[in-house]
Design a protein around this ligand. Structure first.
Ligand SMILES: NC(=O)c1ccc[n+]([C@@H]2O[C@H](COP(=O)([O-])OP(=O)(O)OC[C@H]3O[C@@H](n4cnc5c(N)ncnc54)[C@H](OP(=O)(O)O)[C@@H]3O)[C@@H](O)[C@H]2O)c1
Length: 258
């Protein structure tokens, strides 16, 4: 039986990954900050799917705690075959309107932790000749809409670099780029999503299954949902000036409406 380590395992997309992977027979290592929620998820997975569900409580904005997760990934006696770097959060304020400390924390979780944990997982996977890394990025990374989008652009570009380095090794790297998905993220960031049209919402369970199909197919960038595949294709061919102007308009409307 293989083992998957999922960060941000207690809610939203990460929890959907855990349930789907447990159903497919993977043992899990669950990472997030809230230990009580981790214990609930662990109990649910082991009772429902009869898999092992180890808990690793860690705040991925803290370097020492990221290192504890990296050490678990590098432990040759308990190999991890799939890493899902999923933990993340959004912010409702603009770059100049918010605190620099929040921006640094976001980079630590969305970028630095992804960098450190990808390396800690990919080195032993490459030595064993098999494994997969999934980095949960975002469609936002294809448009300049705030520093969250900038961090996700880095995540997608970094994953492409990692995938290129791993070609022929038996190990794959995939950037999962979802659009708006029903999770706890928007409420936690105090983002008002009431005006978002229904057709733009994705469901976490479905996008996780689609992503795992893309991982099996060796895809480097996985964009779930026909509407977002079309949007990403358009964003990649439209003149960048136009994309910047449209993104700026959307961002200012969102800030005006809270
Ligand atoms: N929802 C969307 O519309 C959407 C769209 C595109 C991409 N994404 C990306 O999808 C990923 C998952 O987000 P989600 O929407 O599923 O959010 P969510 O429902 O709010 O879940 C976030 C998870 O990350 C954990 N987490 C947050 N900060 C952490 C930290 N500092 N250290 C360790 N764990 C932390 C949370 O647990 P604790 O609070 O207990 O730590 C929770 O398990 C994120 O990378 C997000 O950027 C989401």
């Amino acid at each position: 039986m293989s083992t998957a380590l999922v960060t941000g395992a207690t809610a939203g997309i990460g929890l959907a990954f855990c349930r789907e992977l447990a159903e497919r027979g993977h043992d899990l290592v669950l990472v997030a900050r809230d230990r009580a929620r981790l214990e609930n998820v662990s109990d649910e997975l082991s009772a429902t799917y009869k898999v092992g569900a180890e808990i690793l409580a860690a705040d991925l904005s803290d370097r020492a705690q990221v290192q504890r997760v990296a050490d678990r990934l590098a432990d040759a006696t308990r190999p991890v075959d799939l890493l899902v770097n999923n933990a993340g959060f959004g912010m409702s304020h603009s770059f100049l309107g918010g605190d620099l400390a929040d921006e640094e924390r976001m980079l630590d979780v969305l970028c630095r932790a992804v960098l450190v944990l990808s390396r800690a997982a990919a080195l032993p996977m490459r030595a064993r000749g098999h494994g997969a890394v999934v980095n949960v990025s975002s469609v936002a990374g294809f448009a300049p809409m705030g520093t969250y989008a900038a961090a996700k652009a880095w995540c997608t570009a970094f994953t492409e670099v990692l995938a290129a380095e791993l070609v022929g090794s038996g190990v794959t790297a995939t950037a999962l780029c979802p659009g708006f998905t029903h999770t706890e993220l928007h409420a936690r960031a105090d983002l008002d999503m009431s005006r978002l049209p229904d057709f733009l919402w994705l469901e976490a369970d479905r996008l996780v299954r689609d992503c795992l199909d893309d991982v099996s197919a060796g895809k480097v960038v996985s964009v779930p949902g026909a509407q977002y595949k079309l949007l990403v294709a358009a964003l990649q061919v439209l003149p960048r000036g136009l994309v910047r102007r449209a993104s700026g308009t959307v961002a200012s409307v969102r800030r005006r409406h809270g």
